[in-house]
Design a protein around this ligand. Structure first.
Ligand code: COI
Length: 355
């Protein structure tokens, strides 16, 4: 679709905003949605009828392929309000590129750049009051695509819906996170869909994560599917390990999500002259570092989770506690990142995108 036709996103506004009913100081992550949403259909070989409309239920056949074969991908982004009331997105180009990469892997037609950005701009502007000021407040943006063709034959859908929802958010994790290192279950395998933000990647983690939760761990750190020797990523975030003063993280592969927060932390670390190694990280070296005291920090990084310190990990039924660091890298990167996102500092990498 050309740029001129993206200008024709049709807009149906709510008659009365629901914003007055929302307790912004007590939000459960992802449970409250703003007044409007975006919807666009793929039919007859093209994306058509881009529409902004009141948030609400949609009508879809129970035979739609998404329900039977899980052909669905999504993204996570945030809008931030600065102290002067201006609204910013953070590296939205990365989310645009990644949703299309995920779509390609799941045989979903790519979404046009112009409509993606136009929809985001119009939607966020329309619901700008839902972006609350103040560090820690944001509007979580959830673009997603799903197979809507009716029929249960196991083949790619010929029809899709691309939608964007927005949800006011505060912290995803309150407090530190305790994690279990996976020894039996796996998140992704070579040649699989691990690098895609495919809906099923998340659903498949719920059962093993529930088992970990029963033992007091909020998240699982996934290991390689072949021998569970290498640390990969956690359920809702990429993971960093600080051994002495070096930062370690698994390299991007077809098993690991190319996280926007992950790549931003790597850039910040390099800019701060912190040594970063993107390389396979052995479980055994982290266990050894925990034993000999050189493991200083573990933290997760993701759009929803921001930067979440890990206070303990469990491996083969032994729990390793991680002491808080005075010169915490997690705290340093979180401050640098939030300062950029909330327009409280310079933006040397050009990451901010003004709405
Ligand atoms: C995000 O950080 O945006 C994610 O997609 C994680 C999500 C599963 C909450």
């Amino acid at each position: 679709m050309s740029l001129s036709s993206t200008k024709s996103i049709s807009v149906q506004k709510v008659e009365k905003s629901r914003i007055g009913q929302v307790d912004f100081d007590n939000l459960t992550f992802g449970a409250t949605f703003s007044d409007h949403m975006f919807e666009c259909d793929y039919k007859d070989g093209e994306w058509q009828n881009p529409t902004i409309k009141p948030y609400g239920n949609i009508s879809i056949s129970p035979a739609a392929k998404v329900f039977h074969y899980g052909q669905a991908v999504f993204e996570g982004m945030k809008a931030y309000k600065d102290d002067n009331g201006k609204i910013w997105l953070f590296r939205p180009e990365q989310n645009f590129l990644r949703i299309n990469k995920s779509s390609k892997r799941m045989a979903i037609p790519e979404f046009p750049r112009e409509i993606f950005f136009e929809a985001l701009e119009q939607l966020v502007k329309l619901d700008k009051e839902w972006v609350r000021p103040g560090m820690g407040n944001s509007l979580y943006i959830r673009p997603f695509a799903m197979a809507s063709q009716v029929g249960v034959s196991a083949s790619p859908s010929t029809e899709y819906k691309f939608m964007i929802l927005m949800s006011p958010a505060q912290a995803y994790y309150t407090g530190d996170v305790r994690v279990e290192i996976a020894e039996h279950y796996s998140r992704s395998a070579n040649g699989g869909v691990g690098a895609a933000k495919a809906a099923g990647n998340y659903g498949a983690q719920f059962y093993p994560t529930n088992l970990a939760r029963e033992k007091g761990f909020q998240q699982v750190i996934w290991t390689d599917a072949s021998d569970h020797k290498y640390l990969e990523e956690a359920g809702t975030m990429n993971v960093f390990f600080r051994v002495n003063d070096t930062l370690l993280t698994a390299p991007i592969s077809d098993r690991i999500l190319d996280g926007v927060t992950r790549k931003s932390i790597i850039a910040l670390a390099k800019n701060d002259n912190i040594k970063v190694e993107e390389r396979p990280v052995l479980v055994s070296e982290i266990v050894e570092a925990a034993k000999n005291g050189s493991l200083k920090e573990i933290f997760g990084a993701g759009t929803a989770a921001v930067i979440s310190p890990v206070s303990a990990f469990s491996y083969k039924d032994t729990v390793y506690e991680i002491d808080k660091q005075e010169d915490s890298y997690a705290a340093q990167f979180k401050k640098e990142l939030l300062d950029i996102q909330y327009n409280r500092s310079e933006d040397p990498f050009n990451w901010r995108y003004e709405i």
